[in-house]
Design a protein around this ligand. Structure first.
Ligand SMILES: Cc1cc2nc3c(=O)[nH]c(=O)nc-3n(C[C@H](O)[C@H](O)[C@H](O)COP(=O)(O)OP(=O)(O)OC[C@H]3O[C@@H](n4cnc5c(N)ncnc54)[C@H](O)[C@@H]3O)c2cc1C
Ligand code: FES
Length: 277
């Protein structure tokens, strides 16, 4: 079989578009013939639009979902703005999947605390939906999901999260930084949920994905519960161009985030000054 050229995008079709918030839109995308993307949770693809550009976007669906894959895109600039104008049937370019994602085995027979802040939920959804799949669920211990946004208007996957809330095998806690009319839940930043947790330290893992400010404080809160750095995984976002370890745009010391990450065990990168600010 001819080797795949990692620089050449494959043309894929948008099959479903759903506006989630004022700035975030959900896309379901199908490769030719419904071919499997073959990703691991936490990996990303480079999405391109002809004449506009390319952007790295996390895959938010579980690898167990076949025939198509999913992404949530925040409108911030050229590519993402143009993506928000796409309708079902539109074509886009896909390279990847790229990077090192989460290794599902790392969470086997363990309790896992997910710290998902804002747009950190989509990449974590891929791992969460892998672990909570009914065929898989008994291989994993407690699933504790902490989800926080600045305000309720920013929440993603509202219908799906109702399902998580109603499941007895998922401990789901949600908070907003600022209350809004009609909001009766927790108010406070996501890290305020951590001290409330009762954890079996010997068998707990934690995974954090969110804006840069969240990592430092979530790690401090988890450490004060007694978790060691080896028990914490993070996914980092850096500016990227090639996505495959060639251009150096995403470099932190000797690490290429696009290739060595974006998912890292925190103990492995904690001494890199730029990693978690
Ligand atoms: C591994 C990885 C996974 C990502 N996953 C998602 C995702 O699931 N959903 C999503 O909406 N976004 C995600 N992003 C961020 C996304 O790639 C950028 O927002 C996107 O590249 C912006 O492209 P643009 O052409 O729309 O904006 P541009 O016109 O290029 O720039 C708009 C603004 O965004 C800034 N910017 C550009 N790229 C980045 C970046 N990588 N990080 C931070 N700021 C940037 C620019 O400096 C500028 O201020 C991810 C980034 C990485 C590295
Ligand atoms: S994006 Fe080019 S080396 Fe990482």
């Amino acid at each position: 079989m001819e080797a795949k050229n990692i620089y050449v995008p494959e043309t894929a079709e948008v099959v479903r578009v759903q506006k989630m918030t004022d700035t975030e839109t959900f896309f379901e995308v199908r490769l030719p013939g419904g071919r499997d993307l073959g990703h691991a949770p936490g990996q990303f693809v480079q999405v391109s639009l002809l004449g506009i550009g390319e952007a790295p976007i996390s895959i938010c669906s579980s690898p167990l979902k076949k025939g198509s894959f999913e992404m949530v895109v925040r409108r911030v600039g050229n590519v993402t703005e143009a993506m928000h104008k796409l309708a079902p049937g539109a074509k886009l370019g896909i390279r990847g999947p790229f990077g090192k994602g989460f290794r599902v085995e790392d969470y086997e027979n363990r309790d896992t605390v997910f710290v998902a802040a804002g747009l950190g939920l989509p990449p974590l959804r891929s791992l969460i939906n892998t672990l909570i799949d009914t065929k898989n669920r008994k291989r994993f211990g407690r699933i504790i999901i902490l989800y926080g946004c600045k305000s309720p208007a920013e929440f993603l996957f509202n219908e799906e999260r109702k399902g998580w809330e109603s499941r007895k095998d998922i401990e789901y806690h949600v908070t907003v930084d600022r209350a809004a009319p009609g909001w009766t839940g927790n108010v406070g930043v996501i890290t305020t949920l951590i001290p409330e947790l009762t954890l079996d330290l010997a068998k707990t893992a934690a995974v954090i994905v969110g804006p840069p400010v969240v990592y430092k404080f979530a790690i401090l809160a988890l450490r004060s519960k007694g978790l060691r750095d080896e028990q914490v995984w993070v996914s980092l976002e850096r500016k990227m161009k090639c996505g495959v370890g060639k251009c150096g745009h995403c470099q932190m010391n000797n690490i290429y985030v696009c290739q060595d990450g974006p998912v890292f065990n925190y103990a492995a990168i904690k001494d890199l000054k730029e990693a978690v600010r």
